[in-house]
Design a protein around this ligand. Structure first.
Ligand SMILES: NC(=O)c1ccc[n+]([C@@H]2O[C@H](COP(=O)([O-])OP(=O)(O)OC[C@H]3O[C@@H](n4cnc5c(N)ncnc54)[C@H](O)[C@@H]3O)[C@@H](O)[C@H]2O)c1
Length: 278
């Protein structure tokens, strides 16, 4: 059976997902619906595909009829799009994939609402690992009991340019000549001051011990050339340490290439009978 897919967001991640669905026959999926509030981004993406999806929507319209055309709706747009599209899709009994996972800790009550509707309508909600690794070990560890989860994100100082919190702290980025800690606190606080970290902090929080208990450290490191995430988990199982040195997506430097690849790997997991990893 061919799985009919809709994609919300025709940017860096959406383009890679659509290309994979279009070119990888072994996934057994067909792209039926594309949504973006910039019509020119839909058109730019369509030119890269072998076949135009049956429905394209720009701006907000009544989704009901369009949702009939899909079995799975993938959100790779923005936090607002999670509320705007994921809830109607679940209400229509569709499975969903969420990339803007930060929405689930930023909007009060949204996580519970999504789980409630998905349960009621027997839908699946897929959240790929995104820009990090180690979610599998964290999930396993959580069964036995986790004591601490700490995320350290390192970036070159210029990567924090324009950040309001850094400015308010009186930190002059151009003067940083050795590693400097910019922030230490809970994932809940971190996403307020460093919104670019929101997805990674949210994924770790959901898989582990929640946004209040997950600790985040943000470091400006003149020696770093890429965004580096280090995750340390200590629990009954022992200790886990994961370090990911991310290459940026070629079309959006704020997005790690691994995020799009993790969405495609999740699609592979849906399509294949055998599932490896927790
Ligand atoms: N889970 C992770 O680890 C992870 C990693 C990187 C990015 N992300 C998230 O994935 C999402 C997509 O990332 P990207 O790099 O592809 O972004 P992008 O900016 O390249 O593309 C997003 C596209 O979505 C469209 N869009 C945004 N809000 C919309 C709405 N409400 N309705 C319709 N269209 C809308 C935009 O016009 C744009 O074309 C972002 O929210 C980003 O934060 C998650």
């Amino acid at each position: 059976m061919v799985l009919r897919v809709g994609v919300v967001g025709c940017g860096a991640i959406g383009t890679e997902i659509c290309n994979a669905i279009d070119s990888k026959e072994e996934l057994g999926m067909e792209l039926k619906l594309l949504i973006d509030n910039h019509p020119e981004r839909i058109e730019a993406l369509v030119t890269k595909l072998s076949k135009r999806p049956a429905i394209t929507i720009s701006g907000s319209k009544d989704l009901t009829a369009s949702l009939d055309a899909v079995d799975l709706l993938i959100e790779c747009a923005s936090q607002e799009a999670v509320r705007e599209f994921v809830i109607p899709a679940l209400n229509a009994g569709k499975d969903v994939m969420i990339l803007s996972v930060g929405a689930l800790i930023c909007y009060e009550g949204l996580f519970d609402e999504i789980v409630r509707i998905a349960r009621r309508n027997s839908c699946r909600v897929y959240i790929p690992s995104g820009a990090i690794a180690g979610i599998d070990g964290l999930k396993s560890g959580a069964i036995g009991g986790i004591h601490t989860v700490e995320l350290t994100t390192r970036k070159p100082p210029q990567g924090f340019e324009g950040n309001k919190y850094v400015k308010e702290q009186g930190i002059v980025l151009s003067r940083i000549d050795k590693e400097q800690i910019l922030f230490v606190g809970s994932a809940r606080e971190a996403v307020k001051h460093f919104p670019e970290n929101v997805n990674v902090a949210a994924s770790l929080s959901i898989a582990g011990i929640g946004p209040e208990s997950t600790k985040v450290k943000i470091v400006a490191d003149p020696g770093a050339t890429e965004n580096v995430h280090e995750i340390e988990v200590i629990g009954e199982f022992g200790r886990m340490f994961v370090r990911v040195e991310n290459v940026p997506s070629p079309s959006n430097p704020r997005t790690s290439h691994l995020a799009a690849l993790s969405a495609i790997a999740t699609l592979k997991g849906i399509a294949y009978p055998l599932r490896i990893g927790t």
